[in-house]
Each structure stands twice: as C-alpha cells, then as structure tokens.
Design a protein around this ligand. Structure first.
Ligand code: ADQ
Length: 489
C-alpha cells in the first residue's frame, strides 16, 4: 500500500471515515487478514497521494477481546490505519439502523423507511442515540492521535456529528466534512426527526463540501429554512461564525486505470473476453448491489430493448457485476432476490442452449479484471436512481481511449453534471427511454462516439482524485475561523 508511506514534510492529514480502506477478517486469536473494502469512498481516497495521511475508521469486524484489539491495531498500523472498535449493538443501531436504514435512503430521495413505519419511529430515538455515541467514539480516537497542525477530514453521512464532537475537544482543530451522497432538497431533509441537531453538528466544521453545486445549495437552504440562519455566497453564518460551504467534485486516479491497460494480465483478460463475446456487443453494469443504483430498472430496460429489437437477440450481452454490500440489512437481501428473479426470467425468455443475454455476477472483481472489462465494453449502463457522483462512469471512460464506447448515464447521478455532454443522459425510472438509449448507443456512428468520448476523457483525466483532495485540504487550511469571527463581530 504505497499510498500510506509516510514521507516527511508533508501535510499531516487525519482521514476519518466509517470504514477503513481495508476490512479485517479474523484468522486466529491473534492473526488477521486484511482485504481492500469495496466502494467509491475507498476507491477515491486510494487515489490521493502527497499527504502524510492516516486513516481512522471501523475495520468492519467486532473485536470484543483485548488481545484481538491489540494485534489488529498493530497490523493496521503498518497500513497507516487506526481502528475504531464498535461493539455489535452499536453497529446494529448506528450502522445498519440509523446510517443505512434512515439517512442513506432519505438522502437518495427514497424517503424514510416505508415498511413498519411505526416500529421505525419507535426505534428512531435509540438509533439516533447510538449514532451520536458512535460518532463520539470516532472523536475519541481522532483526539488521541491528533497533533497540532493536523488537518482532520471527516467523511460522509455516517459522521455528521463528528465535527461537533471534535470542536468540543479543541476549537482550534481544523475540521472539514465532505458528503459523498447527494444532500437532498430541504423539503426532504425536513422530514428527518433529528434534522436540527444534525445540521448544527455539521455546521461546527470549518468547511463543508459536496460533489455538486446543487447539493451545496440544498444544504444552505436547509440551514436557512430549518435553522433560520443566514446563507451567504461563502456558506452559512451563525452568530458571527461562518461555515464555508462549497462544491468539490470528486475524480479518480485516471492514470492508474490507463496504465493498467498495459499490464500483461489485463491484456490477456481482454483477449479472452473478446474471444468469449466475439460477434456480440458488450454492455456493462458495475455497481454495489444497492437500491440507489437502479439495477432492477436497468435490467427491465434491457428486457424492453430485447422485446423491441429481435435482430439484436444474439448480438448483444449485458454483463452486470453487482458486489453485495450491507448484507445484514433486510432491504438489501430483498433486492438481491428481486434482481436474481428478474435476471432468471429474462434469461429463460431470451436465452438459447448456447447463450444467455445477461451474465449477472454477485461479487467483487479485482482491479485488473475490472479494467479489462471496462476496456472491452461497447456500452456502459449507469442507471442510478440517485448517486452522489458515481465513479464507475469515470473508470469506464478512463479505460476506453482505444474503443470509444458509449456511456448511458442517469441524469440523477452527480456525474451527469460533469459527463453529461459526452454521455446519453436518461431518466432511469423511464424504462422506455432507457431502452431507446440502448438502441441509440449500439447504433451510434464512430464519429459521434469519438466526439462524445473525447469530451468525457478530457474531463476524467483533468479532474483527478488527487486534485479533489488537494483542493479540499487547501480550502480547509485557508479557513481562518478567528479572523472570520473578528470580522463579523
Ligand atoms: P458508491 O456508491 O460505492 O460510492 P461509486 O462512486 O460508483 O459508488 O463507486 C463504486 C466503486 O466501487 C468504484 O470504484 C467501483 O470500481 C467499485 N466497484 C463497484 N462494484 C464493484 C465490483 N462488482 N467489483 C469491483 N469493484 C466494484 C459513494 C457514492 C457515490 C460517490 C462515491 C465517491 O454513493 O455517489 O461517487 O461514494 O464519493
């Protein structure tokens, strides 16, 4: 893990996220194996160099015993990671409950949980209490490792309370908070019982960042409408203290993808895939198996396309790679069964003895396999119902400089604002429209593909994860709370 190599004289950065970039699995009383965790936050932050960064987060495992905690801490130290130990009950209430059952769907416009609404309302207070408790546990660990001059960068909806906890320890600590999901319209945020406390806790940060200008605007509106505070072009002002609010669109480490295409193993995989799907156009979906990714809608749109275009039946294949996440949450278990059922039905309907139209894999692929797949793809399908940004669309573009495939992209992904001019934008809820976009993409003339790809490739290679992090951290270092307070008093 060369990213955490600790070269001297660089800005020390404490990156705090719910999950560490590695997940631990216990092999014995004092032995552990560490695997890279899946997901966009980890992918983006692995692309960040040139800081003396340490990660603080949960290792994804319950470690009740002291020996286990000590040995795991030591192993993680080599990766420049510092664990926060959360017990099972806190994880259940904070992570599965408040974060993934309440905040995640709400921030993606899926509303508060529909089923069992009363039970949810009853358990809400205990889940929120666990959320605050967990955030305090993260704060304790940050505080223990903080040194003067460090910059603390808190990530995502799991840790909205953290800026407040950290500032209570040390008001001079430079604290930034970045949200990887959308921030919804204030009308949606307003339905959350803990709306006020959460907004106030985030406002304790010096800098609050979002992927897009729209999300930043929604946040400022929520602060003005719900808290009655003043929104200024720089951010939100509360009793003379200004919290800077701005958009920092994330990117990827595009060079890493481009270089990977030269690796012999990737080239071998490319050759195998080309042979395997010779004579057929390859369409690709790569997602965490999550309701926000619109996987059932995508597959139903593909079915509609097949229904309407018989001549394509044996000429196109959809590869859907869906890595399961949050497998303890019942909604996610239901989604898995639903996707399996639809895929089975469509393959039964349109498959032959020798070929099926959809290959669906419930698993994570390694980096090289992913790059090979991206590079042989003719059409990538990103149909998120909502998505903070969506890095898969960026990764696909980075790997397409020789093929110039087409990106079909949901207008509800943050990436639509950066890749919209090169992609075919669709409303993922409109299956007829997505089916038509599939036809348009498969039939697109080479000249138009080239033009669209050029636009996207330039964006992806000129807006990298590294620049994103540098921009955020330099803005954070520039916020001078005391001066702002003086000016406004
Ligand atoms: P995610 O919801 O995880 O991220 P995304 O941005 O697309 O979504 O990132 C997914 C990452 O996981 C990509 O790097 C992708 O390569 C990887 N991945 C997904 N499925 C995989 C599979 N089957 N095998 C291997 N790798 C796989 C959250 C927000 C996004 C936001 C990011 C970053 O939901 O909107 O873009 O954080 O801020």
């Amino acid at each position: 893990r060369e990213r955490f190599d600790g070269r001297p004289n660089r800005q020390r950065l404490l990156v705090v996220a719910n999950r560490l970039p590695v997940s631990a699995v216990r092999r014995g009383e004092d032995s552990w194996s560490l695997d890279i965790s899946a997901g966009g936050l980890v992918s983006a932050l692995l692309g960040v160099r040139d800081f003396e960064a340490r990660w603080i987060g949960w290792a994804g495992v319950n470690v009740p015993d002291e020996i286990g905690q000590k040995t795991l801490t030591k192993e993680l130290d080599e990766k420049r990671c510092i664990p926060v130990f959360l017990d099972e009950e806190v994880v259940h209430q904070y992570y599965n409950g408040y974060c993934n059952n309440i905040l995640w769907p709400l921030f993606h416009y899926l509303g508060l949980p529909q089923e069992d609404r009363l039970a949810t309302t009853r358990s809400f207070q205990s889940q929120f209490a666990a959320y605050k408790k967990a955030n305090q546990m993260f704060a304790d660990v940050v505080n223990k490792h903080y040194e003067e001059g460090d910059v603390v960068w808190c990530h995502d909806y799991h840790l909205m309370f953290l800026p407040k906890c950290l500032k209570e320890y040390n008001s001079k600590m430079k604290v930034g908070w970045f949200l990887h999901t959308p921030f919804p319209s204030s009308e949606i945020h307003r339905t959350l019982p803990s709306r006020t406390e959460l907004l106030r806790a985030v406002l304790a940060a010096d800098l609050v960042g979002f992927h897009t200008y729209d999300y930043a605007r929604h946040f400022v509106s929520a602060c003005t409408r719900i808290l009655g505070l003043e929104g200024t072009p720089e951010g939100v002002e509360d009793q003379g203290k200004l919290t800077r609010v701005a958009a920092f669109p994330i990117g990827i480490d595009s060079d890493r993808f481009i270089r990977a295409l030269e690796v012999p193993r990737v080239q071998e995989l490319v050759k195998e895939l080309k042979e395997r799907f010779a004579g057929r156009k390859v369409m690709l979906g790569v997602d965490r198996l999550d309701m926000i990714k619109g996987i059932p809608q995508k597959i139903l749109a593909f079915e509609k396309f097949l229904e309407e275009n018989q001549k394509w039946h044996d000429k196109v294949v959809l590869l859907q790679i869906a890595v399961p996440t949050r497998t303890d949450v019942p909604e996610y278990q239901k989604l898995t069964s639903q996707v399996h059922e639809i895929v089975g039905r469509i393959n039964g309907r349109f498959g032959t003895l020798t070929a099926v139209p959809i290959h669906h894999l419930d698993r994570s692929l390694d980096f090289h396999a992913l790059c090979a797949l991206y590079s042989v793809t003719d059409v990538a399908l990103v149909t998120s119902l909502r998505d903070g940004m969506n890095l898969v669309s960026y990764e696909f573009v980075a790997c397409q400089d020789s093929k110039r495939g087409v990106l079909i992209l949901s207008e509800f992904a943050g990436a639509a604002q950066s890749l919209g001019a090169g992609a075919i934008l669709v409303n993922p809820w409109n299956i007829t429209e997505v089916a038509a976009a599939i036809g348009q993409a498969l039939n697109m003339p080479a000249e138009e593909r080239e033009k669209r790809h050029r636009h996207n490739f330039e964006h992806v290679t000129n807006h990298t994860a590294q620049q994103w992090a540098e921009f955020f951290v330099s803005e954070l270092k520039d916020t001078d709370i005391e001066a702002e307070q003086r000016i406004r008093q």
